[in-house]
Design a protein around this ligand. Structure first.
Ligand code: ZN
Length: 140
């Protein structure tokens, strides 16, 4: 049995203390993993909540996705390609190419795409409420 090893990468942002730990057995397992990495805070700074950025709203839209089925049309005497609904998937507004999730969920909610009509918008808001007064020793 091969021994598991850990490869540690530092966030590429200068001065950031965050680290990523990747476990592997053989070096070939690391082949597709980028050597540079950004922590979540630096990769998606607009999504990072802080004492100064306490509310974020994200909107997803339900997009229909289709596949093509080849069917024999007896009237025409030939095969034709017919679009067929594959399903309804959540993704960014006006960007159906990036809609991949039939179900989305988070803390306290879940939404199955098949339950709603295409074009439905899912609006998720996260809001931080600080204690009053702010507790001493808080990192902010
Ligand atoms: Zn970082």
């Amino acid at each position: 049995m091969s021994r598991r090893r850990t490869w540690t990468r530092a966030c590429a942002r200068t001065g950031c203390p965050e680290r990523s730990h990747v476990e592997y057995t053989a070096r070939r397992e690391l082949a597709g993993i980028p050597t540079t990495w950004l922590c979540r805070k630096h990769d998606k700074p607009d999504e990072n909540m802080t004492p100064d950025n306490r509310e974020i709203t994200t909107v997803l839209e339900l997009h229909p996705r289709y596949t093509t089925r080849q069917r024999y049309d007896g009237t025409l005497g030939q095969y034709t390609n017919t679009p067929e609904l594959l399903g309804l998937f959540w993704g960014p507004e006006n960007d159906p190419a990036r809609a991949f999730n039939g179900i989305v969920s988070g803390p306290g909610f879940g939404a199955e795409g098949g339950t709603f009509p295409p074009g439905t918008r899912l609006i998720v808001t996260a809001r931080i409420e600080l204690p009053t007064p702010v507790t001493e020793g808080a990192p902010c």
